[in-house]
Design a protein around this ligand. Sequence first.
Ligand SMILES: [Zn+2]
Length: 288
Amino acid sequence: MRNDSSPHTSIDLSRKYCTFHESLPMAFALNDGRVKTYPSIGHCIYCGSDRKLSREHIIPFGLGGNLVFTDASCDQCARVTSDFERYCLRNMFLAARTHMNLPTRKRKERPKTLRLSYFKNEGDHEWLDIPVSDHPYAVVLPVIQPPTLFSGAPHRDGLVIEGTSVRAGPNFYQKLQSFGPNKAFTQEFSPDLFGRLLAKIAHGYAVGEVGSYNFRPFLQGLILGTQTFSSSFIGGGSSQGSRRLLHQLSLEWRASFLVCSITLFSMEASDSAGSAGPTYDVIVGMAA
Ligand SMILES: [Zn+2]
């Protein structure tokens, strides 16, 4: 794994980089077609291999991500990252992606129906298939404790989840009620795989913007699944506010730590009260 063994670690962080406190408002409007491309750094951003490199979407293509890293992942790491990305796209975010018409590489396989849960009796659960136009959808995201590296709370192997944030789609409650009692929108969720997705987004964005030699990365092991302790580096942050943009990323130095803040699905949804969705702070590394 390539990290602090790089020959360029003596490059000092100039004051210039500290202006990231202003944050880098690299964010993207839904389907606006803009793409930002980062040049290859000559090796895999996860393991350092220089073999069979392919491009990476920093935020998955299937979530509308338009930051593209050229020749950034070796084929072995691409297999690992696409496994957890696929889980998040197909299990966590399928309903939102379908309703919002976010990109898919398999347009013909776009679902015509989506599921609602029907809780008949205690412990007796059925799925109902509902045509997409009638289906009430929401984006359910975990609210998690701040990274324990900052908070000083004990390290845990997974994300420390405190609650859920629900971004309800248009007419969510009216639609749900039209199906009668005991129906619910349910969304599968894996804290581990979602945490790795956050780590991957943050790491790719930091390498693209700051450069691989300008910080010592923390997250490759988490991304590749060879390391746990995600609560140290991934946690809740303070909301970035804007609901005009689908997703938002920003980077800043906090003391000697490089932090990427991620807000996913920060869009305004008609039935949602209050602010944008939860923001996650991911500590991607420390000053080299
Ligand atoms: Zn690799």
